[in-house]
Each structure stands twice: as structure tokens, then as C-alpha cells.
Ligand binder design. Structure first.
Ligand code: SF4
Ligand code: SF4
Length: 169
């Protein structure tokens, strides 16, 4: 596994995001046969390359959505009421989702990039970056957003593009 270099990742995003997003739009429209199988096999290669503990860009730059159950579970862990927890850490966005007030996430330990509430983290965090889905097509809109923040998502889409052109990722 390689350490993630976020600086060079951001540069790659700047240069290639339009092209990769266009590729994802095309996948959504055409949905080629074997797409899910290909994504599943390439995902394994992605995780051999990307070490999340050298990255944590999701926790640094995005907020998970906290469900009511997440809030109940996490606030209990801190001996707080859900209301007090919400008041301290969360805000409501324009569609009513509960998000972190600040970035990086208050539960990220910046010295080692580990989540300090890993065992009880929001469900949204445990599923992120949603690469291992049965039907990739349901998550293409998610990948389109995450490609700018998540090196693993970026790499998966890049590998798929190369594989579909008949090359090596
Ligand atoms: S709760 Fe943990 S995994 Fe989720 S964003 Fe915060 S630090 Fe990251
Ligand atoms: S899920 Fe993506 S953004 Fe988050 S730490 Fe792993 S590679 Fe980085």
C-alpha cells in the first residue's frame, strides 16, 4: 500500500475531474454488461494501493450525515443527551440532514488520522466510500461527488476507464 499524497491527488483532480465525471455519466447512460463485476475486482486492487490512514481526506473535508440513531448512540457514549450533542457539534443543512458544524470532523485524531469513535461512528462513515455496492449504477452520482475528495474513489474510476478502453489500470 502506498501513502496517499493529497497534494498530488488534488492536482490530478484539477486536471482530470471533468474527464472522469464525463466517463461516469456515460456509464450511467450505457451501463455496460459486466460493470459491477469489473468494479468489484478493481476495488480489491484499489485497496492494495490506497491506505486510508495516510489520507483521512473524507474526515478532513466532508461531513457524514448523522441519523437519529447515530446521534442517540454517540451522545450516549459521551454521557450527553442527543439534544446537547446536537447543539454542541451539529447543524442542519438545507434539506434537513444533520451535519458536522466544522471540518475536520471533531472525532478525527489529527496526529494519526484515526477516528476516535471508530466503533460507534455514523453509519455513513462506515459505508464510505461506497465502492463495494452490488449495483454500481445506484452510486454513480455519489462517486461523481466523491471523486474530488476521495483518492480511492478517484482510483477506482480511473481504473475502470482504463479497463474499459482495454488497457491496464
Ligand atoms: S466520525 Fe470518525 S470516521 Fe466519521 S468523519 Fe468523523 S472522524 Fe471520520
Ligand atoms: S475513504 Fe477515501 S477520502 Fe477517506 S481516507 Fe480512504 S481514500 Fe481517503
Amino acid at each position: 500500500m502506498l501513502a496517499v499524497n493529497l497534494r498530488s491527488f488534488r492536482q490530478k483532480v484539477r486536471h482530470h475531474k471533468k474527464e472522469l465525471k464525463g466517463f461516469l455519466s456515460k456509464l450511467l447512460k450505457d451501463q455496460p454488461a459486466g460493470m459491477d463485476k469489473l468494479a468489484a475486482s478493481l476495488e480489491m486492487d484499489v485497496w492494495k494501493e490506497v491506505d486510508c490512514l495516510t489520507c483521512a481526506n473524507c474526515c478532513k473535508t466532508m461531513s457524514p450525515t448523522f441519523t437519529k440513531t447515530d446521534i442517540k448512540r454517540i451522545s450516549k457514549h459521551f454521557g450527553q443527551s442527543p439534544e446537547a450533542f446536537t447543539k454542541q457539534w451539529l447543524r442542519k443543512d438545507r434539506i434537513g440532514d444533520m451535519l458536522n458544524k466544522t471540518e475536520p470532523c471533531q472525532f478525527l485524531n489529527l496526529t494519526d488520522n484515526k477516528c476516535s469513535i471508530y466503533e460507534i461512528r455514523p453509519v455513513d462513515c462506515s459505508g464510505f466510500p461506497h465502492l463495494h455496492k452490488k449495483r454500481m449504477v445506484d452510486y454513480i452520482h455519489v462517486h461523481k461527488q466523491n471523486i474530488e475528495y476521495c483518492p480511492a474513489t478517484y482510483r477506482l474510476v480511473e481504473k475502470m476507464q482504463v479497463a474499459m478502453k482495454g488497457g491496464k489500470g
